[in-house]
Write a protein that binds this ligand. Sequence first.
Ligand code: F6R
Length: 608
Amino acid sequence: MCGIVGYIGNKNSTPILLEGLKKLEYRGYDSAGLAILSDGEISIVRRKGHLEELERAVKESNPEGWVGIGHTRWATHGRPSEMNAHPHIDCTGRIALVHNGIIENFFGLREELESRGHTFHSETDTEVLVHLIEENYRGDLAEAARQSLKRVEGSFAIVVICKDEPDVVVAARKDSPLVVGLGKGEYFVASDIPAILGHTRDVLILKDGEIAKVNQDGVKITTLGNQPVDREVFRVKWGAEAAEKGGYEDFMLKEIFEQPVAIRETLRGRIGADCRISLDEVALTEEEIKNLKKVFMVACGTSYHAGLMGKRIIEKWARLPVETDISSEFRYQDPLVDSDTLVIAITQSGETADTLAGIREAKRKGARVMAITNVVGSSVTREADGVFYTHAGPEIGVAATKTLVAQMAALYVLALYLARARETLSLEEMEKIVAEVLRLPELTEKVLSNHAEIEGCARKYHARSNFLFLGRGMGLPVALEGALKLKEISYIHAEGCPAGEMKHGPIALIDGDVPVVVVATRGQVHEKVTSNIQEVRARGATVITVANEGDEEIAKLADHVFCVPETSEFLSPILAVIPLQLFAYYVAKLRGCNVDQPRNLAKSVTVE
Ligand code: F6R
């Protein structure tokens, strides 16, 4: 995820663009840049690091002009560096472009463009766009952009300027957000409304597959197929802070609702309906995968729960023994790892001190180390042999939500990749699983649409002091995560426990005041979980379940059911966890807690 801005008007664009980027920094902050058009020339300033670095550089060179574009980056292709920072420029220095999204077919396009003599200056996927526009440019920037975008697969929001048309800014989008702000004799383009709210509340919201040509006379929107579009002006009624949250009350809620996109982006380009699994990031040859004797997953907190789920699917699909350990335990237990072991560090921030220490220990013992992380350029990416990036976008809420489902999606891809190399799944089995994995974003949307029911249930129980969460098999990591979410943001004591262990102790906690949340989606142990529900009911507990749509038996037994669509047992956790995130969120809100910044917690835990 990146933030992009553009300006055309009667003022100096530089401070306006910088102010817009500041508001978009939540979308990425590993490098930033501006391109300012003035006196028929484009001046580019780019810096690695936070926006302050760019501001400092701009103070020195002081570019001024009434047309410009800007970018704040969250790296996907190519490390954070000045060279990879946007705007990118074509071979002739006439055209400058900023981009948010991923160009999936960039590799082939780059080879093609290089063979025709284009020189590339960055490692990014984006740069192909500016060279394509250069090739298609015949005096009409919007038309050149339209032709070029036809060649592109993936997602994009772009803003582009050309020194031969100094009074035009062109913007286009597909699967990445973009709005055009309407001022008096001036126009603003941005990834998100907050970037322009200081100047105007009137915006045109571009839809997928649309292109806008903006000049001093107004905004002309057409489809990429060149059909005219008549877009109504949207008047923003909320304030800047609420707008940054996209109209949601809190970042956590926004991020919960972004989960379909987080899953889609993480799967994008890595798994195809034809069972093609692309995962060069693993940095292991097929032979090495065949020779692996063991996998160890190390992680903390929510990422550890992703690891518990990952253990079950890798063992099931790739038939490899997997141990999942909490990083702070792993590092001190003299772990039995060697060169035949793959150690996978799961860490959304890439900065968790215990996880980093864990992989150092594993490397010292000769293991191959791979990281699953959401943050490009984070510490873990420098220490691991291979890096698998999740594409959830920056997570601002301290409680992990969308990064968890992205980790789970990544683990599905990885498990299938290992299974294919080890030939442990038939083509038929593989096809079935892949088809289900590809449906996950859509199913996730369905789960989210039940939010009102979950809120209603939270209203009933938010004043309780203790909760018990139960699950078995694939449901256990979900139960543990449900309990963690509830305790960390609502400060209610919540315990997660394997349902089968209840009779060995935790059942003593049960009385009419302790709601028991049971993950009861269908699968191998469904009957056993049903018996566990009977056991807690017999002791007077209120039972809240996460169950599949149409499961009448569970519906009869439970006081409340959070329904999720039926899917294969091994994919069910990614759906089942979402109602529990929402439940924790609503309970915490009803108790007046600050869900985005719970007490005593931090987004990345860089101390032991
Ligand atoms: C819980 C939460 C934490 C993190 C843990 C690991 O909502 O966010 O439990 O999961 O601190 O963080 P990462 O994944 O950054 O290593």
